[in-house]
Write a protein that binds this ligand. Sequence first.
Ligand code: GUN
Length: 293
Amino acid sequence: MILLDGKKISAEVKAEIKIEVDQLRASGGKIPHLAAVLVGTDGASETYVGSKVRSCEEVGFRSTLIRMEASTTEDELMQVIEGLNNDIDVDGFIVQLPLPKHINEEKVTQAILPNKDVDGFHPVNVGRMTLGQPSYISATPYGIVQMLEKYNIETAGKHCVVVGRSNIVGRPMSILMSQTTAFSNCTVTLCHSRTKDLASFTRMADILIVALGKAEFVTADMVKDGAVVIDVGITRVADATKKSGYAIKGDVNFEQVAPKCSYITPVPGGVGLMTVASLMKNTLLSAKKVIYK
Ligand code: GUN
């Protein structure tokens, strides 16, 4: 069993980005600038946004964090988005999800200009990604593909089973893995909460990608010997032995499943770190105007 080390690979991706930023700086080019909007004080969102801002510092980007009260109205948030859309110094920005219930996430996502949508959530980017055209690919699926690439994992012709059909992870992941590009070319099955006899599908997977958000849901009997297992879950579970009062658990019961795998991602230290590195990569692509001219 080989551990897919998100810490190591994300550090490599970030080091590659830093080299490019250093070159941009040396040649008098524009330093990439990422902005993040955080509405409210959700603990997990604070952690994610904090990690995004720190990563910007590591790779040499400029970053701006805009904090807004949980009581912010949809109109107020729309005005901030409008400002960021029009700010020529900002190459890309994200609005951290989830948003408070009174704000329509779909409306917010669609208000971000596609060329600044480094999360890859706008329908234009999702559509372009689906058609195999240049686009920002949402950070978690993009991070997973980069991980497969860095470990040179054979994917062509393999059966990839994705569990979870969210707009952020499961659905784009299932589309990417069926593309004709390198580190995809799979036969893909997309399973979800209404799938009957889920284990009969997961047991067929050469590559199993789980993005359900249910701690330790996948057990050893659900996985084929020699499978590649990618665990996207990050759930906080109460744990009195931890200083924070909680432990972070993936969707896969790691202890049970790891011995059966050819490769597996740990949680923490796996996919989560790749997600942030991919956001940095999308921001660099935006600053260099690679996707949209
Ligand atoms: N919430 C959970 N994951 C993400 C992400 O990748 N981007 C944003 N904006 N919000 C999230």
